[in-house]
Design a protein around this ligand. Structure first.
Ligand code: NAI
Ligand code: MG
Length: 357
């Protein structure tokens, strides 16, 4: 029997609540599907550890994660610690340390969920956004000088490397090719940013030319936001820079109904080191400890992770169980207009797993 070893890092706020629910659902999925098992090791890294030790994760944290098949991650962020510390010292430390250069985010309006768009438009949303996750605007290159003086200056330098652009575009082409429509939109801003974005366009054109079966179009990022709202059905797979895709994917998740549902993978397509899967939401201090966090984002995340681990049938089974529950509509958390608890939704999905074949 195949065994998948998973590092579970709940992190902060509702992170540990939804990851615990996700681990239960993963075990139930493995049991229902058969053929494989999942083994979890839990790491209590995050803001609590930071308050005690001044570190979000131990010095040798990456080493501890190296041997796992995947990482299942909750969220980071605490009201009393600056966000750039929690983010850079845990989540980004893993993404960058393991060179998880492709951030992949599927978006769909699940059955029974109402999004903000007109029903006929909302139902057309079926996208995968592929975000460059290792460089670009978030490369962390820059600095501040003359601190506190009237002449103070601050710079963030966007870094685009030929290989960095080529590899994310190749992965986006592979994702697009694996989907029925074989349609890829390259998002850019080369009208205004005339160095990095122009090279981005050139390299993406070279890479996409190697996939003759793909239909490729190019879109300026500002126009892309309008297209996502006005003509969602014209979009399938999207590739964009770190910053652009960050913004587009938040728009995508809002159009899909709730922040509590979306999932994402931080992937190393070469599989040199473990990839990391996480619900898109943050630590949600306002509902932490109340037992009402929506666990569906964690379940969708778990399904993406199963797919990556080579268990596509189990992944589909889990997504069908999630959809059975959303379609029924009577066991939903408050963010989706219901009054169920995290635990009740988890139990409903586990029950649906044995029904969904
Ligand atoms: P957030 O996603 O934590 O919360 C935004 C709103 O959505 C809140 O009203 C929250 O209650 C609700 N919400 C989020 N997830 C939910 C779920 N599963 N079920 C029900 N309701 C849910 O974003 P916010 O408030 O901007 O950030 C809070 C903290 O989280 C900050 O410290 C931020 O830096 C961090 N954060 C971390 C992320 C990560 O670890 N990947 C991503 C986004 C934010
Ligand atoms: Mg974001």
């Amino acid at each position: 029997m195949r065994q998948h070893r998973i590092a579970a890092i709940g992190g902060d706020g509702i992170g540990p609540e939804v990851i615990a629910a996700g681990c239960r659902v993963l075990e139930a999925t493995a049991a229902a599907q058969g053929g494989f098992s999942v083994a979890f090791e839990t790491f209590d890294w995050g803001s609590e550890l930071y308050r005690r030790t001044g570190k979000m994760m131990p010095e040798d944290g990456l080493k501890a994660l190296e041997g796992f098949d995947a990482i299942f991650f909750g969220a980071v962020g605490a009201p009393d610690i600056p966000d750039h510390i929690t983010l850079w010292e845990l989540r980004l430390a893993i993404c960058q340390g393991f060179d998880q250069y492709a951030n992949v985010r599927p978006t769909r309006l699940l059955p029974g969920v109402r999004g903000p768009l007109r029903e006929d438009l909302g139902r057309q949303i079926d996208w995968v956004i592929v975000r460059e996750n290792s460089e670009g605007e978030y490369a962390g290159v820059g600095g501040r000088a003359h601190r506190g003086l009237p002449i103070e200056v601050a710079m963030d330098v966007a870094v685009f490397t030929r290989e960095g652009v080529a590899r994310i575009c190749r992965h986006a082409c592979e994702v697009a090719m694996s989907r029925p429509r074989k349609l890829l939109t390259v998002v850019t801003k080369s009208n205004a940013q005339r160095h990095g974005m122009v090279m981005w366009d050139e390299v993406c054109a070279e890479v996409t030319a190697q996939y003759p079966a793909l239909t490729v179009d190019k879109m300026l990022v500002d126009a892309m936001t309008a297209r996502m709202v006005m003509k969602p059905g014209t979009i399938d797979t999207v590739v964009a820079t770190n910053l652009h895709a960050d913004i587009l994917s938040d728009l995508a998740s809002a159009l899909a109904g709730s922040l509590g549902i979306g999932a994402t993978g931080n992937i190393d397509p070469q599989r040199r080191r473990p990839s990391m899967f996480e619900p898109i939401h943050g630590s949600a201090f306002d509902i932490t400890g109340k037992g009402i966090a929506n666990p569906l984002g964690s379940f969708w995340t778990a399904a993406m992770m199963l797919d990556h681990l080579g268990e596509p049938a189990a992944a589909q089974r889990l997504m069908r169980a999630v959809e059975v529950v959303t379609a029924r509509g009577d066991v939903l958390t408050p963010d989706l207009g219901g009054n169920a608890t995290t635990d009740q939704v988890t139990q409903a999905v586990i029950a649906a797993l044995s029904g969904a074949n």
